[in-house]
Design a protein around this ligand. Sequence first.
Ligand code: UDX
Length: 434
Amino acid sequence: MRIVMVGSGYVGLVSGACFADFGHDVVCVDKAVEKIEALKKGVIPIFEPGLDALVESNVKAGRLSFTTDLGQAVADADVVFIAVGTPSRRGDGHADLGYVYAAAREIAAAMRGFTVVVTKSTVPVGTGDEVERIIRETNPDADFAVVSNPEFLREGAAIEDFKRPDRIVVGLSDERARGVMTEVYRPLYLNQSPLLFTSRRTSELIKYAANGFLAMKITFINEMADLCERVGADVQDVSRGIGLDGRIGSKFLHAGPGYGGSCFPKDTLALAKTAQDYDSPVRLIETTIAINDNRKRAMGRKVIAAAGGDVRGKKVAVLGLTFKPNTDDMRDSPAIAVVQTLKDAGAIVSGYDPEGMENAKQLMEIEFASGPYQAAEGADVTVLVTEWNELRALDLERLKSVMKTPILVDLRNVYRRPEVEAHGFTYSGVGKVK
Ligand code: UDX
């Protein structure tokens, strides 16, 4: 199959490289000249484990290339994926589809022969209909089908998720397109990953329903964590106790500082807005959004409480800044709100993150340290916000020796209280009193 990826951001690049690795002929397109030039030289603009090697080997094998020339690439393609950004629109929280529609217009003008146009970007229900209308309007003679094929990649585990997905969702009504999509995913089909064919609108909604449900699941356990602290229970045991029920499942039940990232905050908001527009509000999701927003600042207040109620003039070391480990992504990271709350309360904040500090510098004015112990030098409190492996195995004796007062706030429950206390720390986790 000759595949074109329009948009060489996170999803486009990972999907493009993986499709090439399946043996397809893939061209990744982007408008950003510097990005394409860098990719041609083998420089990957994002941090994703394994991606650089995958890109390199497939470029070498002649299956993967990069260009800014959309027209040329699309003219030769069997399948064109739209993988451009759909940010939250400023003001109303709806997904901004400007980039998707612009891509549809350009693709329409360039396509030759039967072409399958696939929206991989997360798009609200009905976007496929509009993409179809735009293509027909731009190029009335075009022979094409519009398909929805949402992506469920997790940052940091994207390649594994792409190659071994729980399922692949494909929304379409055209039989020829069904044949093409089956061919595109054949290697996964052979891996026995279920390929679920639905209507286009259903497929578009599945993506939002999945992310909404997961955000709700995290938020549920976060509320249970707060309750555990009040009633003297342990949220990790609650997670285990309910997660072993096959109907609930154990994943996404880790209490923490609230979810962040490029998907959950944006997608929950867009889902709530769409549902309101259709006069069928999704109140569980609306409430999830509100709880999660409050939680991030509440975590800052938790640190202040652990410091004795006042952090004015005190130094707080924040370890882990990205929204989760194995990424340099700072988008909607809980660390942003935690840091802001601490600074508003007069604290001096120093931070450390293995990969995210360059991005963090755009978002927060704090002292950036070269390592966890450097960040904790002279600190009154250390708070672990993101559970990078490097931060899961801190030398507690060393940490204590550099801190002014040994207080550890562990917002990811990676340490065990008895162990930390044995080193002379005052410890607080999330949703546990013992
Ligand atoms: C998510 C979805 O998992 C993926 O399917 C979708 O395509 C894009 O959005 P991602 O944003 O990369 O992926 O990260 P994920 O691992 O899902 O974590 C999201 C946030 O939830 C992180 O801030 C993480 O720390 C938090 N989280 C996750 C918890 O607080 N507790 C959990 O149990 C799981």
